[in-house]
Structure formats: C-alpha cells, structure tokens
Design a protein around this ligand. Structure first.
Ligand code: BGC
Length: 362
C-alpha cells in the first residue's frame, strides 16, 4: 500500500513538472554561439496560471555592430520592463545573431517558425531577401516586424501603384510591417551640417568641396540614401562638389580607418570633407585623420550618422564636425510596441518612421 502511494506521488510530481516545463514547442536559442539572451526554459516559473507568455524571436543581422548592439539591448530592455510591469515573464525574447549571413538568418527564421514563435522581429541581413522572409512568416501566420534595414521601396509608378514586389507583400499583409528611420533624412542632415559651416565645407578654399565617401554596405538602403542625399543637400545649396573616393567600409571602424588612411595618402590637403555613412566608420576615419597630422575643424571636416555616445562627445569637443542622431531607443520602442499590438490582434500600419536629428556643437 505504502509503495502504491509513493508511486502515485511520484507520478503526480512528474505531471506537474511537465506542466511547468511549458510543453514541446518551447523555443530554445539558436544563436550560433553568440551571447543571445535565450530563455532558460519554456515555462516561466513565475507565471501565474492565468498569465499568458508570448514567445518572440528576434534575429539581428550581426551582433558585432555598434548601432545594432544598442538596438538589441533596447529591445531586451523594453520587454524586460513589460515583464516587470506584468509581474511575470509575459514576453520571452529569444535573440539570435545572424552573423551577417543570409542563409544563417533564413534558417533561424525557419527555426522560429518551427518553434511556433508568437511574433518575429527581423533585422535582415540582405534586404533583397525580404520577400522570401516575409512570405515564410505570412505562410506560417506569424506576425513579422522588420527593423533597421528598409526592404526595397514603396515607390509608386505614375498611376500610383506600388512598383516593388516586396513593398506589395508588406502592404498587402496586415501582420507585417517595417519600423525604421528614413535614411534620406540622415543624408540630407549630413549635407546640411557641412553646408551651414562658414566656408560651406570648402576647407582649403579652392572653390570646390572635395570629399571622401565611406559607404556602409551596398545591401543597405541606409547606405545608398545617405551617400546620395548628403551630396544632394550640398548641391541643392548651390555648392560645387567633387568626389575623390567612394568606398564600401561595411559599417566597420577598422575598414573606415583603412579607407580614410589610403584617401589621405593619395589626396592629402585636397580633401575637404570625409562623409561616413555611420559613426563606427567615422571613428576609424578620425584615427587616420590624426595619424596623418590633420585636425578636424581646422583643415578637414568629418561627419557620421548614429550619434554614438563617444561621437556626441567628439562633436562637443570639436573633434568631429557633426553627426546625426539615429534614434535606437525610439525605433526599438516602436518595434516592440507594434509587436505587442500584433500579439493582441490589433490593427497596425505597414510602415512606421522615426525621425533623425542633427547633432552639432552647441
Ligand atoms: C546604422 C549603422 C548600422 C546599420 C546596420 C544603420 O542604420 O546607422 O551604424 O551599422 O544600420 O544595418
């Protein structure tokens, strides 16, 4: 009899443990050895019986990116705060590093789908793959919030029809959206910062603004637009410009440094301005500028985008001419808010835009 009771008790314990474990489709991290903050299990011990837990898969194009590091920390912080408010782990976030590889990212999204995530936030590696990723999520009926890398355009033809297939897929689907900042604006602001200098950027006074353009990466419309619109703003202000070098630095500090060093060796004092598509590369360019014995503000100008903390300091102490605030917190908060709206079955917009802001010396 005693033995029977013990057996019964053991059985009951097994059942209650299984219930706590959260079932078979609980997500696990697929983070390729990164420092993803994956949930320990599918259960959420603190969850009251009536509290629902939503599983959210977040794929970041590359963890090793200055700006996206801030952004993913902001996402985590947002859901941590929501969990705090709820008093239990209401949102379980699984962050994965796509290691700058589209095939890896596609696998990760497929894994999220198999794991039956309730929503997916994706920072695409390649925007040319957006249609494929959108379709995967739409077929699985999982809400998708794309962030940071704008899928190919929502430009319209003369009849007002959307030209691009991806944009159509996004606009046609009530559970897909893009949250970002309009990179045209950041480029324009960079150009305006230079155009509003007393010498309008013509540091060596030869009548032409000769510049070096350090480009993010060709897959990212942020890079394309910043490159195009910074110079457009100068030209729109009636300033004559000459491109000395335009080279891809993949948003990376070390590559920015090399490109700037080579340009400074080749063109020396001819260079008036170094435009960088982001602050990470501007930090690299700055190192090469000082190594070449040049002084920002005195014989050369340097602008970036993002307003990383150290770059804002540099702007304030004059070692950078200006930067443009890329609002990681604003974008992350919006992306999380929309994700929650989607989880609650609310109607959303397909595009959300967060403003940039100029950062110049006060
Ligand atoms: C940021 C870059 C970042 C890139 C990643 C851009 O918006 O300005 O710093 O490397 O996003 O996609």
């Amino acid at each position: 009899m005693k033995r029977m009771l013990a057996l019964l008790l053991a059985l009951m314990m097994c059942f209650s443990l299984a219930a706590c474990g959260g079932g078979g489709d609980a997500p696990t991290a697929d983070n390729g050895g990164s420092d993803a903050q994956a949930p320990a299990d599918g259960g959420g011990d603190a969850a009251p019986a009536d509290g629902e837990t939503y599983n959210i898969g977040v794929a970041i194009y590359k963890f090793d990116d200055n700006f996206m590091t801030l952004y993913r920390q902001d996402i985590q912080a947002y859901f941590d705060a929501e969990n705090e408010k709820a008093g239990y782990e209401k949102y379980k976030v699984t962050l994965v590093d796509s290691n700058n590889d589209m095939a890896t990212q596609t696998n990760q999204i497929q894994t999220f789908i198999t794991q039956k995530m309730d929503a997916i936030i994706c920072n695409l590696v390649q925007t040319s793959s957006s249609e494929q990723i959108v379709n995967l999520c739409v077929e699985a009926d999982i809400p998708l919030v794309l962030i940071n890398r704008e899928p190919p355009g929502d430009e319209k033809d003369a009849d007002g029809n959307i030209i691009d297939e991806t944009a159509k897929v996004i606009l046609d689907n009530p559970k897909v959206c893009y949250v970002g900042a309009d990179a045209r604006q950041s480029g324009t602001y960079q150009g305006e910062i230079i155009a509003s200098l007393p010498d309008k950027g013509d540091r060596n006074g030869d009548g032409v603004v000769s510049y070096v353009m350090i480009i993010g990466d060709p897959e990212n419309s942020d890079a394309q637009y910043r490159t195009e619109f910074s110079i457009k703003a100068l030209k729109d202000a009636g300033i004559e410009c000459e491109e000395l070098v335009a080279q891809v630095g993949n948003w990376d500090t070390a590559q920015g440094q090399t490109i700037a060093a080579n340009a400074l060796t080749q063109f020396g004092d001819k260079i008036d301005v170094i435009f960088c598509n982001n602050d990470g590369m501007a930090l690299g360019a700055y190192a090469s500028i000082t190594a070449a014995g040049r002084t920002v503000g005195e014989d050369i100008y340097l602008v970036g985008v993002d307003a990383l903390e150290e770059c804002v300091e540099m702007v304030n102490n004059g070692t950078m001419t200006g930067t443009v605030k890329n609002d990681d917190v604003g974008q992350a908060n919006k992306a999380c808010e929309v994700t929650i709206e989607l989880l609650e079955g609310k109607d959303i917009q397909n595009y959300y835009w967060v403003d940039y802001a100029k950062v110049v010396k006060e």
